[in-house]
Design a protein around this ligand. Structure first.
Ligand code: ADP
Ligand code: MG
Length: 696
């Protein structure tokens, strides 16, 4: 009777997997036989037939058979062994850079070989560089492979032959029912999609039959793979639905305000809300009156006016007798929110507090006391807000700005903060990094989504140009011209080094250099190492127009708002990702005058960097930028690994497989309705303990 392995069976139970290989496999996240089966080949090679040499094309990977005509060593800076090889249909050159004289001597004219390798265009003819080869002795034809040969993603020290051996054993176990790997998708759902069984799908992917067109396999568009993609996406959908259910099952205080503060606020504004702001504010307002926690993500491009929408929500909580908290990712942004909100709220008689990580001693104690007593109604701050000693009297709403900058745990902590008697605060999450819809549906399936899809009227789009840094002098002259004409400018210094100290130093040097080149202009400097009061003083002077040119590190990336600043220089923009560039550029274009963003790059640019700068020049639309960013960097990078387990999908590729997302969603609904008991095992198989990620 065969032994039955289950998913916990360690890999070392397979022949050839000792502790060393087990460790290597673990590096790839593979800990069990089941994990190995879900580790699919990256691509395939066709070794199932011998190709006539005359039919070879560059780029083919092929098996050929023929005879050596001549083997000679070509001497040079890099000597190589060149073997002239033909089969009657054509001629090809085998080229070896590493070889021994024994090897050369064995390749006498007339020796028959079978070779496998990639065909390339050589200087004089087609070539195979370092082909695998083997002598064909005797008369009998040698067997070719029965299946396409899988090539696995691997790690150092683990060769493809070892992979084939390991997966071969796992597949044998699977075929002999020696491995319990149950079918978890109910039969009717499988049949509806015309999918093969799990067992068939795995066998196919690891050992595809020879008649499958390689092009289909390369595209990944075969029912076997689609089935696995579908199962994985389904499992992710289920996990998010379950999380959502759990969250919605909790209680939250219904926040029914009388609209008094809100009316006062709106009456005092020098402008009207945009229709998009009104719509989103209404969506939030309705959620807040519910008895279950709101979990809503507001997406909107830089400058669309998210702060005001958040403030309206906060006022609703305050009117209802609760407190609100607003958390920002940087000191600079938190300080600015505090200043702006103070200007709006003090006239309304609403007590507002500020808490940063740097607040110490008496000031901090007093702030905390005002919070605990309920005197302070809205607390603004950085992640200092969820330190243990921060206790609210009655937190009704937690707002998180620029959520992509936070990790899951930080957000969770703020959410838990106000929970008492099984009651949790409502949560509003805001981001200027728009996530394309299909991705949002998967990444944030447990959040409701609101989109602010228009900018306030009167904004002129930013004109963006890219210039090599050999033209720096011209750029400096342009800054001088703009500033003398009454405008203000930013000069952003970027540095890849992680060290904040180095970044600040570079910004200081740039500021000194620019001051020397721009006599008569006031130049300010902000970076992460300044004390909050110093930063605030510089920002206040910039806002007041006393500083003409603000030199800064990327600390000004989010939220800074000075409408008279209409020129931004970004040094070495090639070092930044698209999302970050778009955020930075959002600092200008906030007023009615035409704004410019100059990307001062250092040549030569990599292909990818050039594409990024082109995207910046061609569009101002955050959604377009986000889509390009996704194409260039992939979903894992864009969403941030800290935020989501999506980056670690085993089989599905959210970009390539996005067409399956709606189907997986529909299937998740059907499964929860008809076969609810199947949900937990599916989640366990594909998501496992990574379940926490969706808990935003
Ligand atoms: P973001 O969405 O990037 O956080 P902000 O909330 O900082 O944008 O708003 C950008 C600027 O637009 C602020 O100066 C804000 O006062 C202003 N603003 C917000 N809403 C409107 C509106 N409806 N009309 C005109 N200006 C607005
Ligand atoms: Mg903002």
């Amino acid at each position: 009777m065969p032994i039955t392995l289950d998913k916990k069976t360690p890999l070392t139970s397979l022949r050839g997997v000792g502790p060393k290989n087990a460790e290597r496999l673990e590096k790839l996240g593979l800990c069990s036989v089941e994990d190995v089966l879900f580790h699919l080949p990256l691509r395939y090679q066709d070794r199932t037939r011998v190709m006539p040499i005359g039919c070879l094309r560059p780029g083919d990977q092929a098996v050929i058979e023929g005879a050596v005509e001549l083997a000679q060593v070509k001497l040079g800076r890099r000597s190589s062994l060149l073997v002239h090889f033909s089969d009657g249909t054509g001629f090809v050159l085998l080229r070896f850079f590493h070889f021994t004289s024994a090897q050369k001597n064995a390749l006498q004219p007339g020796v028959q070989l079978r070779c496998f390798g990639e065909v390339r265009n050589g200087p004089a003819s087609l070539e195979l560089v370092h082909p695998e080869y083997r002598r064909l002795d005797g008369q009998e034809p040698q067997a070719v492979e029965e299946n396409l040969t899988p090539v696995y993603p691997t790690t150092e020290g683990l060769h493809q032959l070892a992979w084939r051996e390991i997966t071969g054993q796992a597949l044998r176990l699977l075929q002999q029912d020696g491995l319990s790997l149950p079918e978890l998708i109910p039969q009717p759902l499988l049949a509806a999609q015309g999918f093969p069984s799990l067992k068939e799908a795995l066998l196919f992917m690891h050992r595809p039959p020879p008649d499958v067109p390689m092009a289909l396999l390369d595209e990944g568009n075969v029912p076997a793979r689609n089935r696995l993609v579908f199962e994985e996406l389904l499992a992710h959908q289920l996990s998010l639905r379950l999380l959502r259910r759990e969250q919605r099952g909790k209680l939250a205080p219904p926040l029914r305000g009388d609209g008094r503060l809100r009316q006062q606020l709106l009456a005092g504004l020098p402008f009207a809300l945009t229709p998009a702001q009104q719509r989103v504010a209404a969506e939030i307002g309705a959620d807040l009156t519910g008895e279950h926690p709101m979990l809503r993500l507001v997406q909107g491009d830089v400058g669309c006016g998210k702060t005001l929408v958040a403030l309206i929500a906060a006022l609703q909580a305050i009117e209802a007798g609760f407190q609100a908290a607003l958390m920002a990712p940087t000191e600079l942004l938190a300080e600015q929110h505090f200043r702006n909100l103070s200007a709006w709220l003090v006239p309304l008689g609403v007590d507002l507090g500020y808490l940063s990580g740097r607040a110490k001693g008496k000031a901090r104690r007093e702030q905390l006391a005002r919070l605990a007593s309920g005197e302070c109604r809205l607390l603004v701050g950085t992640h200092a807000l969820f330190q243990e000693d921060v206790v609210f009297q009655s937190l009704g709403l937690a707002i998180i700005d620029e959520q992509h900058r936070f990790g899951v745990h930080q957000r969770l902590a703020l959410h838990e903060k106000g929970s008492s008697d099984g009651c949790v605060p409502h949560q509003l999450v805001m981001t200027a990094t728009p996530i394309p819809r299909t991705l949002a549906m998967t990444a944030y399936a447990d959040l409701d989504l609101s989109i602010i899809d228009e900018l306030p009227p009167g904004r002129t789009p930013v004109k963006t140009v890219a210039l090599p840094d050999s033209r720096r002098d011209e750029v400096v002259a342009r800054v001088a011209g703009a500033c003398r004409g009454g405008r203000q400018a930013y000069w952003v210094c970027t540095l890849i080094e992680e060290s904040e100290a180095l970044q600040c130093q570079a910004a200081e040097e740039t500021a000194t250099g620019l001051a020397a080149g721009l006599p008569g202009l006031n130049i300010g400097l902000v970076h992460g190492r300044l004390k909050p009061a110093e930063k605030e003083a510089v920002m206040a002077r910039f806002k007041a127009g006393e500083i003409h040119l603000l030199v800064a590190t990327t600390v000004i990336e989010v939220g800074v708002d000075v409408p008279n600043a209409s020129l931004m220089i970004i040094e070495n923009p090639e070092r930044l990702g698209l999302a970050q560039l778009h955020q930075l550029r959002g600092r200008v274009g906030r007023g009615a005058v035409e704004s410019h963003c100059l990307l001062l790059y250092h040549a030569p640019l990599s292909e990818n960097a050039r594409t990024r700068l082109d995207v910046m020049r061609e569009t101002n639309d955050g959604f377009v930028v986000a889509r390009k960013d996704l194409e260039l960097r992939g979903p894992g990078e864009v969403l941030g690994t800290r935020q989501t387990g999506l980056a670690r999908m085993r089989i599905a590729d959210l970009l390539r497989d996005q067409a399956w997302i709606p189907q997986a969603q529909a299937a998740a609904d059907r499964l929860l309705e008809r076969y609810p008991e199947q949900a937990a095992p599916l989640v366990e198989r594909w998501v496992g303990n990574r379940l926490d990620y969706g808990r935003v």
